[in-house]
Design a protein around this ligand. Sequence first.
Ligand SMILES: [Zn+2]
Length: 152
Amino acid sequence: MLCPACGAPTTRVIDSRPAEGGQTIRRRRECESCAHRFTTYERLEPQLMVRKRDGRLEPFSTAKLSAGISAALADRPVSGSSIERLAEKVEASLRSQGAQVSSEDIGVEVLERLRALDEVAYLRFASVYKEFQDAADFEKEAALVLRDEGSA
Ligand SMILES: [Zn+2]
């Protein structure tokens, strides 16, 4: 935590107590450079829940998300760290939408980013995640990608 007065990186905690009925920890800090005192609050990051197609709720799993993205990118020229970054961006975006997201929300987030990263992976993921009504939908999607490629 940088000192808000002088920007020094080293501050020490001089007091720490529960606030908001125990939901929060309030800390008084003092800058070791300029002795400026300020307050920070620490909160538990809320558990992100995923609403499945059948209406059940389950806790969001970063591991599952990464596994899904990795599967779509199998054999593609994309590094493991790119996959990790993509999963992190998707998770951050989902968390900004609230405490609950649907499977579809996750699918859309991943698809948007995969499309920019790797079109083959995008189509693979789309075929699994979007639950295309029939083969025609998948072909339509493939045609869209091919058209984009042609214009690029
Ligand atoms: Zn300072």
